[in-house]
Write a protein that binds this ligand. Structure first.
Ligand code: ATP
Length: 297
């Protein structure tokens, strides 16, 4: 039996690894368009995360060498802090997060985590250090518990409940007839965007990565859901270096720094109050939101 067990166990491991990358990949947007694969250097070393500082240093990037998308981008997220990125559609917000996850290599400059160039470390260690909460999470046709446990396969039922509590999704789950055993996904209970995002947050809380990439859902939420999501985001980003593509005022107001991106350039940066005082693009975006128009932050 043991002879069978070992390969089966290994198979299970490989299967989980593949599914994990698939999950991460639901965030990867145009991966299929990618023509070149990113390979580890022969002497790549594992990333050693201490505080989890993220630094973009004079980064240039284009998907196509003939069309540059990011221009001389420099910023840093100190350990445990939150930087929010705002800006119009097509500004390069998602591109920036794909670069941190190293789906693509940059054409000039460097991206560093705790001083290590991400091109010098193994992709596995890089991706282990980063948790992603995508805009639209794809759930498995399995129970809610399974979908949350996915963040850490050895998590106990109590760990899962606790993660759900932190993610503010426990109340919703508790009132379902089958609770945590409720089947979700395409063939089960269809969750709303906000509910799915909170399941993804619970999953990431279990994974417990030092660095977080968060892509807020753009869809309109009722104020209670928005508050719950905001609480969940605060919970998950506490003491974690967080880069958030922000669409909600509540998120940007709380960020340590806001970067306003436009056509691949940072055109304004600072905390909420100082950006408002500057009366520039950010101020105009804020006014539009207050007026209730559907544009991005
Ligand atoms: P949105 O708010 O609409 O998601 P964004 O700010 O995240 O926009 P990106 O998705 O980063 O913008 O896109 C920046 C630019 O890069 C766009 O002009 C887009 O056309 C281009 N782009 C994005 N993905 C690819 C790709 N896979 N191949 C080629 N060009 C791409």
């Amino acid at each position: 039996l043991i002879q069978l067990f070992v390969p089966l166990n290994l198979l299970g491991f490989v299967y989980r690894e593949i599914r994990q990358s698939l999950i991460d990949m639901d965030y990867l947007f145009g991966l299929l368009d990618r023509d070149q694969e990113i390979a580890d250097k022969v002497d790549a070393v594992p990333l050693v995360v201490k505080g989890g500082e993220v630094r973009f240093q004079a980064v240039d990037f284009g998907y196509d060498p003939r069309r540059q998308i990011l221009h001389d981008l420099s910023f840093h997220v100190p350990p445990g802090k939150t930087v929010a990125i705002v800006g119009p559609s097509g500004a390069g917000k998602s591109t920036l997060s794909r670069i941190l996850y190293r789906f693509y290599d940059i054409t000039a400059g460097a991206v560093l985590i705790d001083g290590m160039d991400i091109r010098d470390v193994t992709q596995k260690s890089l991706r282990q250090a980063i948790g992603i909460v995508p805009q639209d999470t794809v759930l498995f046709n399995e129970s809610i518990a399974y979908n949350i446990r996915y963040g850490r396969p050895d998590a106990s039922d109590e760990d899962i409940r606790q993660a759900a509590r932190f993610a503010r999704i426990d109340g919703f789950i508790d009132q379902l007839p089958d609770g945590y055993e409720t089947l979700v996904g395409e063939r089960g209970l269809k969750l709303s965007g906000g509910e799915k995002q909170r399941v993804a947050i619970a999953r990431t809380i279990l994974k417990d990565p030092p660095i977080l990439l968060l892509d807020e859902a753009t869809s309109a939420l009722d104020s209670r859901t928005e508050r719950e999501i905001q609480e969940a985001i605060e919970q998950i980003s506490r003491n974690r270096t967080t880069l958030v593509i922000a669409h909600r005022l509540s998120t940007v107001v709380n960020a340590d720094e806001i970067l306003v991106l436009d056509q691949g350039r940072i055109i304004e940066r600072g905390a909420h109050e100082s950006l408002l005082l500057a009366q520039g693009t950010y101020h105009a975006m804020w006014q539009r939101q207050l007026d209730g128009s559907p544009s991005d932050v």
